[in-house]
Design a protein around this ligand. Structure first.
Ligand code: NAD
Length: 358
């Protein structure tokens, strides 16, 4: 595997700019898109993923095959395996880390709390332990989440709003990740940029997310439960299309300053930033279903639930002015257009039960 890692880390002749990125969670939804975009613009890219079975691992394998064709190799391992990650840094001088590996999902945490602590807290610490001790230290961009805004915040959420009332264990571990990042920035001079993603959707998406399993159940003629809240529009999400998120991730990498430490010793203050990456246009969950019905050409069997679900926040809406100013982040895909692309991918991927990676 070491030879493959070296191959994959090679910087292209285009506008690679000396950038070589370790992407954790590369076989995941966002990780696949980010790795592909980085490779295609000429950066060196090496992935790391443990291919866990939180959702259908065959989808992760299909994403892996897609990346392999672009020349991106994914090392199969856990971010908690410090020895393995150190070995990767021995082989390659990574200028950046795009840290996307995490245990995602809100409801899974009720039955599997320890997997959130393992990946989102211990795994982050383990990764940062390696990053702090290598020389030169990489600049790190990592995925936080809109879930840190928790309960009782006014909308739209801005980065200065309170984040002390997480509604789920997932949110609590993402919030903890931000505090941990602060510590490593402060003590070891690591350059860290956190991105609070807002409900990302698109082709190669996650089967545990509503737009994905609603599509599946609508096509199968099964009834779908819509947690709408007391009134239409009470529960809404700031759905953000994957290509917009990828642009935000690349801009965060491109504007990340170098770390100011080396081999665990800090030389000066280093960059620490946290940005919202959302769409600024929340859509009620029942309207999401109406769009899917039109695109799939099948009427949904709706079961409207008026009660909120444990762990869910009712409304998410990003204020993106800070990301607009610093990253020139500007989402351009509305939900109708983005879902059209998702549905086209979904139908071709699952057509006749066969897989297609186009
Ligand atoms: P995903 O589950 O598709 O991707 C995460 C990947 O990380 C998976 O392939 C998984 O196998 C891998 N992984 C998990 N734990 C690992 C570990 N301990 N070691 C190595 N690999 C591990 O999720 P995604 O939607 O692509 O999310 C990417 C990041 O963005 C996550 O940090 C997530 O919390 C965050 N995020 C996503 C959304 C969204 O709507 N998709 C919203 C907010 C935040």
């Amino acid at each position: 595997w070491e030879k493959r890692v070296k191959e994959s880390s090679k910087i292209g002749s285009g506008n690679g700019n000396g950038v070589c990125v370790l992407v954790t969670g590369a076989a995941g939804f966002v990780g696949t898109h980010v790795s592909s975009a980085l490779k295609q613009r000429g950066n060196g890219v090496v992935g790391l993923d443990n291919f866990n079975d939180y959702y259908d691992p065959s989808l992760k394998r299909a994403r892996q095959a897609l990346l392999a064709r672009l020349g991106v190799y994914i090392v199969e391992g856990d971010i908690n395996d410090e020895e393995l990650v150190r070995r990767m840094f021995d082989i390659v001088e990574f200028s950046h880390v795009m840290h996307l590996a995490a245990q995602a999902g809100v409801r899974y945490a009720m039955e599997n709390p320890s997997s959130y602590v393992h990946s989102n807290i211990a795994g982050l610490v383990s990764l940062l332990e390696v990053c702090k001790s290598v020389n030169p230290q990489p600049a790190i961009v990592w995925a936080s989440s809109s879930s840190v805004y928790g309960l009782n915040n006014k909308v739209p959420f801005s980065e200065k709003d309170r984040t002390d009332q997480p509604a789920s264990l997932y949110a609590a571990t993402k919030k903890a990740g931000e505090e941990i990042a602060h510590t490593y920035n402060h003590i070891y001079g690591l350059s860290l940029t956190g991105l609070r993603f807002f409900t990302v959707y698109g082709p190669w998406g996650r089967p545990d997310m509503a737009y994905f399993f609603f599509s599946k159940d609508i096509l199968k003629g099964k009834s779908i439960s819509i947690f709408e809240g007391p009134n239409h529009g009470t529960v809404a999400r700031d759905f953000t299309y994957i290509d917009d998120i990828v642009k935000g991730c690349l801009a965060a990498l491109d504007t990340a300053e170098k770390s100011t430490g080396s081999g665990g010793k800090k030389k000066g203050p280093a960059q620490l930033r946290v940005f919202n990456l959302g769409n600024t246009s929340p859509v009620p969950v029942s309207d999401l279903v109406s769009i899917l019905e039109r695109l799939l050409k099948v009427k949904a069997k709706r079961k409207i639930m008026k009660m909120p679900r444990n762990g869910d926040v009712q409304f998410t809406h990003a204020n993106i002015s800070y990301a607009q100013k610093e990253l020139h982040y500007k989402p351009t895909t509305d939900l109708q257009t983005g879902l059209k692309k998702f549905v086209r991918w979904y139908l071709s991927y699952y057509r006749d039960g066969k897989m297609s990676d186009q």
